[in-house]
Design a protein around this ligand. Structure first.
Ligand code: NAP
Length: 260
């Protein structure tokens, strides 16, 4: 049985990955902070799909040498076939008056953990000449974003990192994909305290369908996956639009949505 490790597997997109991969017959290692919720998720998946499912509680923002990322790195060093770097979050506070530690935690989870876990997973994949890494990024990473600038910048990093790793290791049997969701119904916005009432219904994606499309693109060895016709169109328009115009559009969207 192949093994997949999924971070942020108790909710939203990570939970959808865990369900889909269990259905596909993967043994799973699931990572999140809430140990109780993690145990419930692993028990359910193991009993429903008959796969082996291990709970690995860890706070990926932690910097202690024997906890957080290090716990997950140790497990990855034993070898997995697929790594889903999914855990991530944003904040809602204005950049100038928000909590600096929150910004720093965001960078540790959204960037540092992604780099460290990919680094830990690669050696055994390269030795086997096969494996895959999906880094969950965001369409926000394609645009200059007024309000949520640190989050968007962190996702621009994740997409660029994934494209670089895909180019570096694709010919050695390891496929790397940045999965770039748009608005997806999960706990993400509620956790950050971001109001969603004004977001048009047509912009919302379903986490299970998003994951199906992301995995299909990954299996085709695509370095970047943008599910949903609306986001494909948006990113294509973004690619063709001069940057100053994009910044002006971003300011307008921010004013309408009231983000800082
Ligand atoms: P979610 O429903 O809030 O799930 C986040 C998951 O990450 C939870 O399982 C959470 O579990 C875990 N997590 C958070 N902080 C963690 C930490 N420090 N250490 C370990 N695990 C942590 O959010 P989601 O929407 O599924 O987000 C998944 C990914 O999609 C993120 O990278 C996000 O940036 C990206 N994304 C989401 C959207 C969207 O609209 N939803 C759009 C674009 C991109 P615990 O709280 O138990 O740790």
């Amino acid at each position: 049985m192949p093994t997949a490790l999924v971070t942020g597997a108790t909710s939203g997109i990570g939970a959808a990955f865990a369900r889909r991969l269990a259905r596909d017959g993967y043994d799973l290692v699931l990572v999140a902070r809430d140990a109780g919720r993690l145990q419930t998720a692993t028990d359910e998946l193991a009993s429903t799909h008959g796969v082996r499912c291990e709970a690995l509680p860890a706070d990926l923002a932690e910097t202690v040498p024997d906890g957080g990322c290090a716990t997950v790195e140790q497990r990855l060093a034993d070898g997995v076939d697929l790594l889903i770097n999914n855990a991530g979050f944003t904040t809602h506070a204005p950049f100038d008056s928000g909590n600096r530690e929150d910004e720093d935690r965001m960078l540790r989870v959204n960037i540092r953990a992604v780099v460290r876990l990919a680094h830990a997973a690669l050696p055994s994949m390269l030795a086997a000449g096969s494996g895959g890494i999906i880094n969950v990024s965001s369409v926000a990473g394609f645009f200059p974003t007024a309000g949520g600038a640190t989050y968007a910048a962190s996702k621009a990093y994740v997409t660029a990192l994934s494209e670089g790793l895909a180019a570096s290791y694709g010919d050695r049997g390891v496929a790397v994909t940045a999965l770039c969701p748009g608005f997806t119904r999960t706990e993400f916005h509620q956790r950050a305290g971001i109001p969603t009432a004004g977001i048009n219904d047509r912009l919302w994606l379903d986490a299970d369908r998003l994951v199906d499309k992301g995995l299909a693109d990954h299996r085709k060895k695509r370095p970047v996956s943008v599910p949903g016709w609306q986001y494909k169109a948006l990113t294509e328009v973004g690619r063709l639009t001069p940057r100053p115009l994009m910044s002006a559009a971003s300011r307008l969207v921010k004013a309408r949505r009231g983000r800082h």
